[in-house]
Design a protein. Structure first.
Lengths: 217, 217, 217, 217
DNA sequence: AATGAATGAGTTTTCATTCAT
DNA sequence: AATGAATGAAAACTCATTCAT
């Protein structure tokens, strides 16, 4: 009998872990946490149920591991494209958006799972899910500060920044989700829409083109 | 615990139905469909489990009834504020947004449930959930058309309308969700943010202030 | 408003009771005791569930009432044809068999229910079901005794009478059940088969044409 | 309570399956499908409810498995005694009847369950239950044909064969059932009764001793 | 007297988790 | 180390029966 190459080695173990997480991404994203049974997941992943427990401790542990991997992967990818790179804030924002979309494109299942948990998870795994968010928000914040400084914008005009920042993230998710149903749209086009929403809104603020309700409306 | 009085009369029946739906809204929005057991829901609603079945036929039936009530209530409220009322498109949009926020404010649980199902439900109850969406989208579409006509905008400038329209809806939901965590912010302020996102983006499009990537970026 | 003729009178009450029993016969015979729900039965019979309880006290009470009516009807019919009527034992047996088949033909549901309970009921309603049996067995027994006396048969030849008598009843049921699936066969033909089985076996016994195993078989 | 030993090995599994089926035979035969709850059955069989599902898939699956085992066992036993064995048709019939009674004697519960389902089951599990019947009927048919050929009987005398064949089977069941209540009667005696019913009726037919109604009876 | 409404007690079934080999 | 086998706990759902009008 031939030794199953690496299956018992250190790297084999890690490879197998990743393979299980791939299956978990797919199943959790397609059907949600509760609709997935470990019986089925173990079957699809070619592992025994006790094996699952050896790797992840519990169903929740597996779910968290999948969320964490997705969250970390996303943030790392975007950070690599933005932080400490050359170019104008605008150019770096553009590269960040492209990196975001690239990640989504290559990891649709993982991103869907992340998105679902963020908007509908009831906050139970907030910490796992929010890490990517915070790291990306920090990047945006930095870029915004740089830009504002360059344009000489005073702090008071940024009062609306928090909700609008939140809105920006929500918009990204919203458009990304729309993109999943329109895969024929090129990544660049989607990125352009995002840039417009992000930059235009910001520019409007800067230039005082803000809508205000008149009295009595 | 719900008031028992008169549950056996015609009106009592309807009142009881509504009371059960109130509890359902709360529990489903807090914990999601699967995390709610009928045992518990029945207990909280002061009704027996067979009673639940007499009213709603199944757990799913109860969930759908709750979604439907929320969806219908939301759409009706916004329509009443916008359709066939006087004023400029801008003013009517403003009133529509206020009505939307008013509904959310008064029915946080119902709205949360609706939102969750829309963005993370896997489309199983798409029909129930989408009805409100479509009715509101139709309102926005009408207002946009009116505005565009008034400003003499050609069709070609509207190419980005679909994803941006989707983005607008997503933005509303996103800001509304943010609002749930910041109840101290007055409704009017939130409405203003929404108006800005909605109107400014549209105005930008109209006036050709669109961002485009330069070659090689 | 017109008085629902008789519905509240003594006879109306009895008529309604019978109508409910008719429905019960049908449903119990088609699907068995447990597969029938009172909800459905009440619906089919056009009566409310509390109404059912007013008439029969319980589901079991309804079932027993139906069994009793069937059992009593069957025995009465056969007795009327045999007991105290004129003719040879053979002729009276023939008329008895015809009466039995007539009853089955006219009350298939009731007979099926009775039969089912007899062979598969676990004896719980043995008393209800066995009454008809005993009364018919008594008739057969009388006829046999008359015949045996007439032919001058000694007691010892009748040792096998009990199992063969039982066999005769079983055969009747068996053939009757077969008949339900072959309604095109005329009643007279079925009766003839029964007469042959009954009479021939008996005649064989009388005339010593009994099969005996040889040693070593 | 069933012996636990070795339930986790290959043979242990099969042994346990059989032990559960034994309990199922007993409970189903005593009380009928609906009166048996899996809770109780699992308790009596010394297995957990999920265990039951692992072995049989559903309550119905368990019932069918029990029916199938009984049906197969019965037919196999009788076939082994009759098919391809030496001796006259009469002798082989005798051995077949003995085998039938032997099976019933050793598997009273299984046989009762089979019998109940056959005569009162509404045909839902007809296929499972009918297999044994058909195999035994084929044996009888062959023996009859041999006998008829040996005695030079023309076809026309066999017109009544179908209902009388059915009657024979019903008679067997009927006598067997009677035997369950009279366990003191030796198996050979019961077999003799059956032979007489079977053989005598046949012989009567052959020799034209058929009863016919006179006109006007 | 008759019935719409209500429910306690029970059913089958599923699933995450753990033994024991 | 890896896994076939086992189960405690809980879920959705049904039904005979009774209340209250």
């Amino acid at each position: 009998m031939v030794a199953r190459a690496g299956a018992r080695s250190r790297e084999g173990r890690e490879r197998r872990r990743q393979a299980v997480l791939d299956v978990a991404d797919r199943m959790f994203s397609e059907r949600g946490y509760h609709e997935v049974s470990l019986d089925e997941l173990a079957g699809d992943a070619g592992i025994s149920k006790p094996g699952l427990y050896a790797y992840f401790g519990s169903k929740e542990g597996l779910y968290v591991a999948a969320l964490r991997r997705a969250s970390e992967g996303l943030a790392a990818r975007v950070e690599a494209a933005v932080a400490g790179t050359a170019g104008s804030p605008e150019q770096r924002m553009w590269r960040g958006i492209l990196a975001l979309l690239e990640f989504i494109d290559e990891n649709r299942a993982a991103w869907t799972m992340l998105h679902r948990e963020r908007v509908a998870g009831g906050g139970r795994y907030f910490e796992e899910v929010d890490r990517a968010h915070e790291r990306m928000a920090a990047l945006i914040s930095d870029l915004s500060a740089e830009t504002a400084a360059a344009r000489g914008i005073a702090g008071s005009a940024l009062d609306a920044a928090e909700p609008l920042g939140h809105a920006f993230v929500g918009t990204c998710e919203s458009i990304a989700r729309w993109w999943l149903d329109h895969p024929e749209v090129p990544r660049g086009t989607v990125a352009m829409h995002l840039m417009n929403v992000a930059w235009m809104g910001f520019g409007d603020l800067v230039e005082g083109r803000m809508w205000l309700p008149e009295a009595g409306q």
